[in-house]
Design a protein around this ligand. Structure first.
Ligand code: AMP
Ligand code: TRP
Length: 336
């Protein structure tokens, strides 16, 4: 993976190791990552530094970081094709973070919805890292000159900020960074909570019935879908505004069956929600089962996971180090 001869467009994405991934993470992000590997040069990262913006139990964070990497491998990230690494293993991310912090404005950082949401959720820990979180994310992306960033819809605001900061840096110090584009698939860009379908599915939801974890067993998945909030109309019809619950279930079903909305409406015409929910749950169970099996196999082999991450860190450090040198020189830090 040589930066000087980029044949393919480059992709970077990251995911925080804050517990097991949800179905939202899988559908909105991870599922697409594996598919992009043939067409693009891909770098995938476990964003452990970002996780520190919320108080973490150190032992859990360590375990969750390795588990996250194992889950990405299970979901089809191929270390022969792509670089898989842990954010904190590439120190240049934090170095560039500082430079970008000095090029981001208080006002624009204050407008970030995720900052506002997380501050409201953890009023006792509105720390500086939470505020400058998007600068670190921008550093993750810009340090590799990534062209595309596959993320769920909730990250588009951060990407916009990344582009703005990159552009500002480029015009102040001459062309340095590629302006990255978001890469969001139409279906499943935002998977909603099963309990409150106007809110995104999130593992920090206090109601565990609101989310499906990638590690949930078949019975749990079935039970959670059976309890999913719908409406009283009793007709399987796609209308996100009027029928957010049913529409969310339809979107999930669409992702795993490849059927379009009209076909799903026909399939469950006159059926009521019971059969529909069972079918949706089954499609999820069938999709997750092989990944769970792979995960169990891979996570048991710690040495393998660590060797993948070591190789990933080496490759990533090589690219990131070069960008960092260039940036330090451009902003006028003295070189020896
Ligand atoms: P996070 O868990 O915040 O690190 O998110 C990792 C990735 O999953 C990001 O690309 C998010 O955009 C995506 N993601 C998280 N929750 C959802 C959701 N409910 N629907 C779709 N994508 C999501
Ligand atoms: N902020 C992202 C999230 O919470 C995770 C992330 C960190 C990321 N660095 C990134 C995503 C770089 C894409 C690119 O979902």
């Amino acid at each position: 993976m040589e930066e000087t001869t980029p044949r393919k467009k480059r992709i970077l994405s990251g995911i925080q190791p804050t517990g097991t991934f949800t179905l939202g993470n899988y559908i909105g992000a991870v599922r697409n990552w594996a598919k992009l590997q043939d067409e693009f040069e891909c770098l995938y990262m476990v964003a452990d530094l970002h996780a520190l913006t919320v108080r973490q139990n150190p032992a859990d964070l360590r375990r969750n970081t390795r588990d996250a990497a194992a889950m990405l491998l299970a979901a089809g990230i191929d270390p022969k094709q792509s670089l898989l690494f842990v954010q904190s293993h590439v120190p240049a991310h934090t170095q560039l973070n500082w430079i970008l912090c000095c090029n981001a404005q208080f006002g624009e950082l204050s407008r970030m919805t995720q900052f506002k949401d997380k501050s409201a959720k953890h009023p006792d820990n509105v720390n500086g890292g939470l505020f400058t979180y998007p600068c670190l994310m921008a550093a993750d992306i810009l340090i590799y000159n990534a062209d595309l960033v596959p993320v769920g819809q909730d990250q588009t605001q951060h990407l916009e900020l990344t582009r703005n900061v990159a552009q500002r840096f480029n015009s102040a110090y001459s062309d340095t960074f590629v302006l990255p584009e978001g890469y969001t698939t139409k279906e499943g860009a935002k998977v909603m909570s099963l309990q409150e379908p106007t809110k995104k599915m999130s593992k920090s939801d206090t109601n565990v019935n609101g989310f499906i974890l990638m590690s949930d067993d078949a019975d749990t998945i079935m039970r959670k879908f059976k309890r999913a909030v719908t409406d009283s109309e009793g007709i399987v019809r796609y209308d996100p505004a009027a029928k957010p619950g049913v529409s969310n279930l339809m979107s999930i079903y669409q992702v795993f069956t490849g059927k379009d909305v009209a076909a799903i409406e026909r399939e469950f015409d006159g059926c009521g929600y019971g059969d529909f929910k069972v079918a949706v749950a089954q499609s999820v169970i069938d999709a997750l089962a092989p990944i769970q099996q792979e995960f169990n196999r891979i996570v048991a082999d710690k040495a393998y996971v660590d060797s993948v991450l070591a190789a990933g860190a080496e490759g990533a450090n090589r690219i990131a180090g070069r960008t960092m040198q260039k940036v330090y020189r451009k902003v006028g830090l003295m070189q020896l």
